[in-house]
Ligand binder design. Sequence first.
Ligand code: EPU
Length: 436
Amino acid sequence: MADSFLIRGGARLTGKVEISGSKNSALPILAACLLAEGKTTLKSVPRLSDIDSMVKLLGEMGCHVFRHEPTEARVGALPPLNGNLDIEVTDERVSEARYDIVKTMRASICVLGPLLAKRKRAVVSIPGGCAIGDRPVDLHVRGLQKLGAEFTTEGGNIVGTVRGRLKGCRMYLGGAMGPTVLGTINVMCAAALAEGETVLVGAACEPEVTDCANLLNKMGAKITGHGTPEIRIEGVDKLVGAEHRIIPDRIECGTFMMAAAITNGELELKHCNLDHLIAVQDRLDEVGVKIRRENGTIFVSSSRRLNPIEMTTQPFPGFPTDLQAQLMALLCLADGMSVITERIFPDRFLHVGELNRMGAKIRKEGPTAIVHGVKELQGAAVMCSDLRASAALVLAGLAAKGQTRLDRVYHIDRGYEKIEQKLMAVGADIERVAER
Ligand code: EPU
């Protein structure tokens, strides 16, 4: 049965929160393990349903995956969450990603590049529509074609084959909407085992791309330029298992920064990297939120006099689309009119209607939302539509007057490790109940 959250708003959040390893780094990194011989040990792998789906997919592709008991992120006195995971390919016969798994998790597409490079064949169900908009995979396919892979589509599947070995080349990887994060990782993974040099021009610069390149280099790859729009990959004959710690989840961290701000609170966020959130820090500064860093800890506090701002989502290092909804929830309570423009997924606004049910005044015009600040939000029954929209509704519920009932929280469980436990430990009044 699906779960719901009951949130009684108004509590000021104070205390420490341990940020988990990054979901969006861990997912493609798990897929990259298909490339290696021998065991890879990944540290700080968050416990999330999307990670479980990827582990299931890799299990079907002949990987042996072992989850160690969690040891890291702590929530008050509760058992730790984050943990280590060992992964080793033991059987290379199956190269198929079934629709049943792909439809629940689009990041399944990340197996395409590794399978083609290592097993010379891949059958991956084409990911369908998505709550945040059209999400084509044409750039992934084009990039891999340029390395020499051949593709057909059969019965809703992308069928890719490689004759001989992939061959490196110089290519432009950007699309109409700019660079692609998972597309860059897919092609980079395949190029790591290709013959000769590949240069990816217009590559994504997100920290998750850098994290994956760092792991591949530990496995024996020769990659330079990751973190910039031009990545160079000198192909090698084989990759071997390595040990790697996943970077902190910058989106979880940004969400908790906004939780401190919207509740007039004071949070100490442990195990995070503010360099990955520079645009978020810039926007929150202007809102009036106080942010201070000491080593890997971020201190966030707010007096809840929030200034209205303008914000446009952009590829890294710009403001991430994955924090657009959460910022919108915060700006609902600012003193004046804010303007939010979505440049990555122009239809990613399903939270607008739900926030308006809670008393917000938001008007959507194409890829822009105009947010008129209100004095207070009111608790209401609202529905999760996708991961980040749901996080925005949790934030709104924490600040709202009265009780908010949030249904379909399985969307949140995909990407936030035990969010209600972490929030409860810093004073939120939130409980998980069975959906009516
Ligand atoms: N695009 C194309 N063709 C492609 C690929 C992408 O046109 O072949 C377009 C997309 O439609 C979009 C833009 O390019 O307009 C950028 O999409 P991108 O490929 O970068 O997105 P992604 O790699 O599929 C990852 C994250 C998303 C995050 C985006 C943007 C993972 C598992 N997913 O998706 O995370 O929003 O990058 O930063 O890493 C989330 O965590 O909630 C989430 C949706």
